[in-house]
Design a protein around this ligand. Structure first.
Ligand code: M6R
Length: 604
């Protein structure tokens, strides 16, 4: 979500940096900044909002001759999207930009404050620059000071640091967050958190590994270390055009977004799933006072995520929850109770039906909460409270990472309410937090799984339709799996509660009916199993997704994370997304822009 660029060379540094940041815009951000070091002077500019605001601020600044600079686009995590919190962060004589999260920043901050260091921002990043400067004061050697700094950092980071005490070099370090360094034919040096920022500029690049750090200068080129030892440079030619670079090497944005889920879910929980409790700094402590029940209202995928989480709200937070399709809700003359919390869910924040439903609830005096991916969108502006999902920009029309992050936010919200209402014990909350922290791992796509789904997909191209079936929270996941498939394959697919099949839909069962059975181990496994057996007895073709081998299935995708229902939920979500993707690819459809659909439905 955040983006980093860096440059040392003879070109107009400001333009190179801003141009690089523009290539990273697709990741989403809410503030941006650059710092340029030239003739021993550091010039720094920051602006909230889009890059054009930064350009406006820098319009009278024209860097000249050789110099260097670093730049950043920030998606707020620690602290609000303000200028102070925007990067680069300044110490006394150095500047830093950072992606990721410094997990031990509180501890480092306390240490530094005890040494008299004053902090300006609320970010975790600022500790890096101060720690470097304190180390420099002791060690009197910038490289040693940087090494000592990196040694203390825990968590994920990609860092660039410039300092007046060594005005020829940019120092860099990478662990867990991507960072690329490259050079052009003239020896100018470029950094980027994605190669999109370097395409058309650097001719060869090094994709840094976790634990890599070092420095670059025009005179010395790139010097790389790992584990205290100098490392050989593994340079690769950088080819490609800018659009494919934005896809990060994936065939489609949707595919990239499926793969990104691990990273964005880690962002979603950052600073919210703490060791002992769920914290939402966006909500007042008395946020839930007087609330008797919840109504969730949304469209499409966002509706499905709401329906899934209604199970969690009732089960964990013990609060009555109803879920409404916004286009229906608007015209049903709903009876609205001012003690209902009205939750709208929207990726775009601009969906017309959801927006209108929200206005109705607001006008009736209900407290409103938006679960949304786009800050400053209409829905966010109108709602009393907002929890941003932090999925970054989603380009594929078929929503994937937005769904995943919505579910994650609402899972955390259900626990937040459970804390407030004391419907769960401290031990139970802690166990849930442990499960939450495990999800970024559970949604990682491994090559074997993707290959398996790719191969399976060729058997599911024809037939007279698909049923996705599941129970409990896996019923909304079945709805979502079916929606994904129909959107991009144009095949008929329906989601059904597994127990409902015998009340009608089973009449369609024959060998040309494809059933995608979601069979988690943790929720009603035996019940779903007997529903699937009934379908199998009618010769339906069955693809079982389960940690448990199911002998009657024609095909089987094995899932691994069976310790918690939500881990199974997220893992199965990825399988259904990949299945839709691969079927669509085989049918030759436009995966990212399917026919008849728009990314954001701003009309009724
Ligand atoms: O932006 P929103 O979440 O409000 O959009 C709602 C639906 O239009 C959206 O989820 C749609 O169903 C997607 N194309 C699903 O992939």
């Amino acid at each position: 979500m955040c983006g980093i660029v860096g440059y040392i060379g003879n070109e107009n540094i400001k333009e190179v940096l801003v141009d690089g940041l523009r290539e990273l815009e697709y990741r989403g951000y809410d503030s941006a900044g650059i710092a340029v070091l030239q003739d021993d002077e550091i010039h720094s500019y920051k602006a909230v909002g889009k890059l054009k605001n930064l350009e406006e601020k820098t319009k009278n600044f024209t860097p000249h001759t050789l110099g260097m600079g670093i730049g950043h686009t920030r998606w707020a995590t620690h602290g609000k999207p303000t200028e102070i919190n925007a990067h680069p962060h300044l110490g006394e004589f150095s500047y830093v930009v950072h992606n990721g999260i410094i997990e031990n920043y509180q501890e480092l901050k306390k240490e530094l404050q005890a040494q008299g260091v004053k902090f300006l921002s609320q970010t975790d990043t600022e500790v890096i620059v101060h720690l470097f400067e304190q180390n420099y004061k002791l060690l009197k050697d910038p490289m040693k000071a940087f090494e000592a700094t990196v040694e203390r950092l825990q968590g994920a980071y990609a860092v660039l640091l410039m300092t007046k005490v060594d005005a020829d070099r940019i120092y860099f370090a990478k662990n867990g967050s991507p960072m690329i360094v490259g050079n052009d034919q003239n020896g100018d040096i470029y950094f980027g958190s994605s190669d999109a920022a370097l395409i058309g500029k650097a001719s060869e690049v090094i994709y840094l590994d976790d634990g890599d750090y070092g420095y670059t200068s025009i005179k010395e080129g790139i010097t790389l270390f790992s584990d205290g030892k100098e490392k050989e440079l593994n340079k690769k030619a950088l080819v490609g055009d800018r659009v494919s670079a934005q896809k990060g090497g994936f065939r489609f944005f949707m595919e990239k977004e499926i793969y990104e889920q691990s990273e964005v879910l880690a962002d979603t929980v950052m600073g919210r799933a703490l060791d002992e409790k769920i914290a939402f700094e966006e909500l007042d402590p008395n946020f839930f006072d007087g609330i008797e029940d919840i109504t969730i209202c949304a469209c499409g995928t966002s509706y499905n995520s709401g329906l899934a989480c209604s199970y969690l709200f009732e089960r964990q937070a013990k609060i009555r929850t109803s879920v409404e399709i916004a286009s229906e809700f608007r015209y049903k003359d709903p009876l609205l109770n001012p003690k209902t919390l009205f939750v709208v869910i929207s990726q775009s924040g601009e969906t017309a039906d959801t927006l209108e439903a929200l206005k109705m609830a607001r006008d009736a005096g209900l407290k409103t909460l938006a679960i949304c991916n786009v800050d400053n969108s209409s829905i966010v502006r109108i709602s009393d409270y907002t929890l941003l999902t932090r999925a970054g920009i989603e380009k594929g029309v078929a929503s994937t990472k937005a769904f995943a992050t919505q579910v994650m936010v609402m899972w955390m919200l259900s626990l937040y309410i459970a804390q407030h209402k004391k419907t769960m014990t401290q031990e139970q909350i802690k166990a849930e937090i442990e499960a939450i922290r495990h999800i970024p791992q559970a949604v990682k796509v491994n090559d074997k799984l993707h290959e398996k789904v790719k191969r399976l997909s060729k058997r599911y191209l024809h037939g007279h339709g698909f049923f996705f079936i599941g129970r409990d929270l896996f019923y909304p996941l079945a709805l979502e799996g079916a929606l994904k498939l129909k959107e991009i394959s144009y095949l008929h697919a329906e989601g059904y509660p597994a127990g409902e099949m015998k009340h009608g839909p089973i009449a369609l069962a024959d060998s040309n009916l494809f059933t995608i059975a979601l069979m988690p181990k943790n929720i009603h496994y035996d019940k779903v199993k007997s529903n699937v057996e009934e379908l199998s007895a009618r010769d339906a073709t069955i693809l079982a997704i389960s940690p448990e081998r199911f002998e009657l299935a024609d095909d089987y995708v094995h899932t691994y994370y069976s310790d918690h229902a939500m881990s199974e939920f997220f893992e199965m979500m990825v399988v259904t997304q990949l299945l839709a993707l691969e079927i669509s690819v085989r049918l030759g459809n436009d995966v990212d822009m399917p026919r008849n659909l728009a990314k954001s439905v701003t009309v009724e």
